[in-house]
Design a protein around this ligand. Sequence first.
Ligand SMILES: *[C@@H]1O[C@H](CO)[C@@H](O)[C@H](O)[C@H]1NC(C)=O
Ligand SMILES: *[C@@H]1O[C@H](CO)[C@@H](O)[C@H](O)[C@H]1NC(C)=O
Ligand SMILES: *[C@@H]1O[C@H](CO)[C@@H](O)[C@H](O)[C@H]1NC(C)=O
Ligand SMILES: *[C@@H]1O[C@H](CO)[C@@H](O)[C@H](O)[C@H]1NC(C)=O
Length: 743
Amino acid sequence: MAFKFSSHFHITCLLLLCLHTLLLKVECSTKLYIVYLGEKKHEDPNHVTNSHHDMLTTLLGSKEEARGSIIYSYKHGFSGFAAMLTEDQAKQLAELPEVISVKPSRKYKMSTTRSWDFLGLDYTHPPELLTKSNYGEDVIIGVVDSGVWPESKSFSDEGYGPIPSRWKGVCQLGEAWGANNCSRKIIGARFYTAGVDPQNLKMDYLSPRDKKGHGTHTASTAAGSLVVEASFNDLAIGWARGGAPRARLAIYKATWGTGHGLGAGNSATVLAAIDDAIHDGVDVLSLSLIEDEDSFGALHAVEKGITVVYAGGNTGPQPKSIRNTAPWVITVAASTIDRSFPTVITLGNNQNLVGQSIYHESKNQSSGSNFKELVYGDICTADALNGTDITGKVVLCISDALVAPPESFFSIAASNVRNGGGAGLIFAQYTTNLLVSTENCGAMPCVLVDLDIASQIESYLITESSPTVMIKPTTITIGEEVLAPKVAAFSSRGPSVYFPTVIKPDIAAPGVNILAAFRNSYIFGSGTSMATPHVSGVVALLKSLHPDWSPAAIKSALVTTASTTDKYGMPILAEGLPRKIADPFDYGGGHINPERAADPGLIYDIDAKDYYKFYNCTIKQFEICSSPLIPAYFLNLPSISIPNLKNTPIEVWRAITNVGQEDAVYKAMISDPAGVKLELDPNVLVFDATKRVHSFKVTFVPKHKVQGDYTFGSLTWYDGDKHTVRIPIAVRIIVQEFYADTE
Ligand SMILES: *[C@@H]1O[C@H](CO)[C@@H](O)[C@H](O)[C@H]1NC(C)=O
Ligand SMILES: *[C@@H]1O[C@H](CO)[C@@H](O)[C@H](O)[C@H]1NC(C)=O
Ligand SMILES: *[C@@H]1O[C@H](CO)[C@@H](O)[C@H](O)[C@H]1NC(C)=O
Ligand SMILES: *[C@@H]1O[C@H](CO)[C@@H](O)[C@H](O)[C@H]1NC(C)=O
């Protein structure tokens, strides 16, 4: 019997409770469920909605009840609905033959300027990718997030041509949002409130307007118009702009709330957004959201030719923390850029040390900083500071990585020092990309230092009877001298728990200290949320250049051309514990390289039908699988991950399509994962006018019989000229089916 009903959550409506409430003639408690019915079977959306109502009418007894229960009817990209149901009703629905799955709606979390120049898309010397794509003007990027602030200069539509005629979206009016808030730049906007905690709705604008600021930041990063001289308090001055600065934006507000906490949204709102986006005609969907797996909405979007770009999450450097890892989406990791914010700390003995901060001096303080008393605050918890007078003093706080990661210490230290009347904070940590958090320090300077710098300050503190310190305003260093990119410490890591036969993340993009729009000004943001729109912007340019490429082809172009070394040829590092050379579970194919992605030479393409086969035979194998179970490493992905290589060699096939010059000869270069021998057949591919697609076979032969761990390799096709088409490989040799991964 098919098991279609998944109850991940506690059953709130236990049988006893139901009996009890029934006796009292009170409704048993209901909850929001997502009911998925697969392909849309009717052309007429109204018909689809009616069929949803009919299905529930039988179950709930009346048409009125059915109408009242359904919150969203998904009818454009796919068929299904979100409804308030009891556990029991959900189970009954799941029994119906036409129902594919019934699942509780889950909560979603939300997790410039310089970054684009760093990626080689310099506006002052625009490369072909920008000019040939006309800066992305014909492409529509759908952003599913917390809304947008239309007054920001980043969304000016000055000089834009008419809205592409294929656009079918709307400008949904609401609180503080009029019809004129949509433009030739923001061509559509909608919002979704169902199932969202009313508290979060109350704090926010009941409209596409963005109270939280997250959506404005991500939308302006993907497609912000050119703004000259954007800066945060005069730091990081530069031209602000998105990756595809003339692309059109379609805004889908599906997360709500304010403040520094996480926004609130759920599967129902996000699916409604995706369903509408498919109908409206977006080309790219950018989702800086974190959720747990099983994204059939994204699958339907990809089938319609829409590239779906998802954030991988900010819970690194823990292994297996990567999220949004379905094979059909692009999952993004975050990296640092070549901009740093050195801040000089001068000790009373005139020793100069350097930390990082975004401390700026207010204009009327311009007489310069001066020396202040320096005190030792240890870990700067309330307990640690008890008995120390910190009023008007600069406090040295040291995070204890054995107890908790630095970010949790930082917020405690910053608030204790500020509330205690401190004049400044020097915070010691191993690198965790906390710079953005120092924005919250306001006028009080907060400087981040490395643990060895802290140790030098400590020695000075011990030897000096009245130690003092002076913190100078931050300066900025850009370019050559800054070692970049590095995978950010917080960036979530593979392998994917849900899809171990796929390498995730797919790619890394800038996501640390990114300056982008916030209301009418600009602020820094860090996270895979910031990295995601970088990829979406590049996808828009690629789409404009190669309108006939499928989402799989675009992903392949990005992954196979990504960099694994920096501009000096040194391997890209991954921050974390310990800091190490990055591997595919940190950055997939590597760091995004837009110009090379525009001309990848060869691509690994996938027909969306193959994704469905995989979806049907992996996720839903018990009901709708029409063929034997297929592991995802048989999908024609631009990567190979084999988590279970036993005694017998495994053969994997790939097909590769020439999209470069017609006549080309590619030779293979193989880097074997440790403990495994890769055999390739053939290892030379000759393309010409009659032969555009070649297949080849990779055989994975284990060298040892061992309960192993993942090792990494790669397969690169090289045409002897400018095309190197590289895919990452991950293999784990196992003896037993059960194992513990290393942590
Ligand atoms: C957006 O709409 C609001 C409410 O109608 C209006 O006050 C505001 O000026 C509009 N903004 C833009 C950029 O048109
Ligand atoms: C700067 O000057 C303004 C106006 O005199 C004053 O209100 C403000 O408090 C001053 N700021 C600082 C940090 O001294
Ligand atoms: C500080 O320490 C003293 C002595 O141990 C204790 O009595 C007091 O409650 C502490 N104060 C705080 C705020 O923890
Ligand atoms: C997957 O299942 C759906 C729903 O039953 C079906 O319509 C579709 O044809 C299946 N696709 C493949 C490739 O098996």
